[in-house]
Write a protein that binds this ligand. Structure first.
Ligand code: IYR
Length: 222
C-alpha cells in the first residue's frame, strides 16, 4: 500500500488583485486569438517546442492522478499518409451515409468535408489516446478513473500551450478512430481520443467567420 506523503506547496504564487486582473485580461486577450485552422503550411515545427507543450499537457489533473493518456507524435510522411487514408475512409462513410442531416447542417458553417489533406500537409500530428485501464509491466490491470475527463483536460492544456508558442492546431475526430491503434501500434487498452493537427498556418489560411457566445449566454451566478 502507498503511504500518504505530503510536501509543502512551495511553488504557489499569490498575486495582488490588480495584478490578477491584469494577468486574467492578458491571458484572455491572448487565448481569444486562438482559432482552429484547417489550412496548414508544411514548414516543420521545432521538436523541442512540441515536447515542451506535451510536458505542459502532462501536468494536467487526472482521476486519482493516474494520468490515463498517451500521446503519439507523428512527423513521418509515410505514416501521415496512412493516417490520412484511414481518416478519409471513415469520413467518406460519415459524410455520405452515417451523418444525419441535422449534423451535416450544423457542420455547414465550418465548410468541412471528407477530404483531409491537412493530415499530410501539416508537419506534425499528435494522436491522443485515453486508457480505460493501464497494464503494469507484470501484466496486472489497473482501472483508470474519469479517463475521458482527464484526457480532455490534458488536451485543453496542450491546445493552449500550442497556441501560446504561435503554432495553430486542429482538433480532428474521425469516427470511429480505431484505425489509429493499428497504424500507430497502440495496445487495445488505449482508445483514440483526438487527432491534433499541429503546425504553422498556410500563408493564405482562411477560417470560418463564426462567433463565440457572449458571457451571459454561458455563465450564471448565484
Ligand atoms: N469528423 C468529421 C465531422 C466533423 C464533426 C464535428 I462535431 C466537427 O466539429 C467538425 C467535423 C470531420 O472532421 O470532417
Amino acid at each position: 500500500m502507498n503511504e500518504q506523503k505530503f510536501i509543502p506547496l512551495s511553488d504557489y504564487k499569490e498575486y495582488p488583485p490588480e495584478e490578477m486582473v491584469k494577468r486574467s485580461k492578458e491571458f484572455y486577450e491572448n487565448i481569444k486569438r486562438r482559432r482552429t485552422v484547417r489550412h496548414f503550411s508544411d514548414k516543420p515545427v521545432p521538436e523541442e517546442v512540441i515536447e515542451n507543450c506535451l510536458l505542459a499537457a502532462g501536468t494536467s489533473p487526472s482521476g486519482a492522478n493516474l494520468q490515463p493518456w498517451h500521446f503519439v507524435v507523428v512527423t513521418d510522411e509515410k505514416i501521415k499518409k496512412e493516417i490520412r487514408l484511414g481518416a478519409e475512409k471513415e469520413e467518406n462513410e460519415f459524410y455520405s451515409k452515417r451523418a444525419p442531416k441535422e449534423w451535416l447542417d450544423a457542420l455547414k458553417p465550418l465548410g468541412t468535408n471528407e477530404l483531409k489533406p491537412f493530415l499530410e500537409k501539416a508537419p506534425c500530428l499528435i494522436a491522443v489516446f485515453s486508457k480505460s485501464y493501464d497494464v503494469l509491466p507484470n501484466g496486472e490491470k489497473v482501472k483508470q478513473y474519469y479517463p475521458l475527463e482527464s484526457v480532455g483536460i490534458a488536451c485543453g492544456i496542450l491546445i493552449t500551450a500550442i497556441h501560446n508558442v504561435g503554432l495553430v492546431s486542429l482538433t480532428h475526430t474521425p469516427s470511429p478512430m480505431n484505425f489509429l491503434n493499428k497504424i500507430l501500434g497502440r495496445p487495445s487498452n488505449e482508445r483514440p481520443f483526438l487527432l491534433l493537427v499541429v503546425g504553422y498556418p498556410a500563408k493564405n489560411a482562411k477560417v470560418p467567420d463564426i462567433s463565440r457566445k457572449v458571457l451571459e449566454d454561458y455563465v450564471s451566478y448565484k
